[in-house]
Design a protein around this ligand. Structure first.
Ligand code: ADP
Ligand code: MG
Length: 328
């Protein structure tokens, strides 16, 4: 089974950023209010995600590390309407098969309670021992790919790997303003984001994650029509070179990359500002399930709208209007 896990790990675990993504998704699924991400050496030496979520009880701890053990889905039919981010029950098993993984968790309110389980490459030690932890979970992943040298060779420099981690962190922090976040690298705190869903808190977060310059040159919008709502920030063209990758689009709180969406945004920029090469934006589309049937692929960040035309036209006209008003 460890070999199967290592093969599966190839699909789930590509680099430190994919580990961070999976661990943070678990923390979100556990209903956490605070999530701390800590790394050493770009995540190649250490990745730790600590949360204050529901925790895992003693009996469930070894299970959490075994393949296809998920607490999130009961039947295949449920896959259709899956609301949680993870559901395959593969991430922890896969990660632990290619690293030294330690899981400490406490599902109790008693802060002296808590349990620890360790797995190291193929030699799993399913023994659970007591370890105090505040309510919640800490997962520590050390020496990623220590036992799969071929994969380890594919890792880039510390700086590049950390760049990917920061990007994953950015997307996740932008998806949940109600959660407080911390990102630390080599003992240095890079982001400390307090929770808050009011405008000021959101803008503080945008400034921290995307830079003051983006926020100062961005237009805030919030428009609703026919069961759709679009809000967020669109960057206005500036003299500074816009980064092509600063395009964040969320549908009902989930990161989505979609051609139809990209087209609508580009078209509006081109029409109004005569420039649409690299629009920079953070946009949130909220759709009522009754109006547009959204089908988000759980891992691929793809979305399928029942009425794509409606969504495209709403995005285009909303942005057209907002950009036009800003220009006038
Ligand atoms: P999945 O998320 O697809 O269910 P994972 O391998 O990521 O599979 O996690 C396995 C199980 O371990 C989860 O279903 C959940 O019950 C438990 N788990 C993992 N991380 C956490 C966490 N941070 N807090 C609470 N439970 C967790
Ligand atoms: Mg998961």
């Amino acid at each position: 089974p460890r070999l199967a896990n290592q093969i599966a790990a190839g699909e789930v675990v590509e680099r430190p950023a994919s580990v961070v993504k999976e661990l943070v998704e678990n923390a979100i699924d556990a209903g956490s209010r605070r999530i701390e991400v800590e790394l050493e050496a770009g995540g190649t030496r250490l990745i730790r995600v600590r949360d204050d979520g529901s925790g895992i009880g003693e009996a469930d701890l070894p299970l959490a590390l075994s393949r296809h053990a998920t607490s999130k889905i009961v039947s295949l039919e449920e896959l259709e309407g899956v609301a949680s981010l993870g559901f395959r029950g593969e991430a922890l098993a896969s990660i632990s098969s290619v690293s030294r993984l330690e899981l400490v968790s406490n599902a109790d309110e008693d802060p002296t309670a808590g349990w620890r389980v360790v797995a190291e490459g193929r030699n799993m030690e399913p023994r659970v021992s007591p370890a105090p932890h505040a309510r919640g979970t800490s997962v520590t992943v050390r020496d990623l790919f220590f036992n799969t040298p071929a994969r380890r060779k594919f890792l880039r420099t510390e700086k590049t790997e950390f760049g990917h981690v920061e990007e994953a962190f950015r997307r996740q922090a932008l998806s949940r303003y109600d959660i407080g976040w911390t990102l630390r690298h080599n003992q240095k705190t890079l982001h400390q984001l307090r929770p808050g869903e009011d405008q000021a808190s959101r803008e503080r977060r945008i400034a921290s994650l995307l830079g003051r310059a983006f926020l100062e040159n961005a237009l805030h919008l919030d428009l609703a029509a026919s069961g759709l709502r679009l809000w967020g920030w669109v960057g206005l063209p500036t003299h500074s070179r816009a980064q092509a990758d600063q395009q964040y689009f969320f549908v009902n709180g989930r990161v989505v990359r979609d051609r139809l969406v990209a087209h609508a945004v580009r078209q509006a920029y081109r029409d109004v500002l005569f420039s649409g090469r690299h629009p920079v934006f953070v946009l949130y589309l909220e759709v009522e399930p009754s109006v547009v049937d959204v089908n988000v692929h759980p891992t691929k960040h793809e979305v399928r709208f029942r009425d794509g035309r409606l969504v495209h036209d709403f995005l285009f006209s909303s942005l057209h209007r907002a950009l036009g008003e800003a220009r006038a």
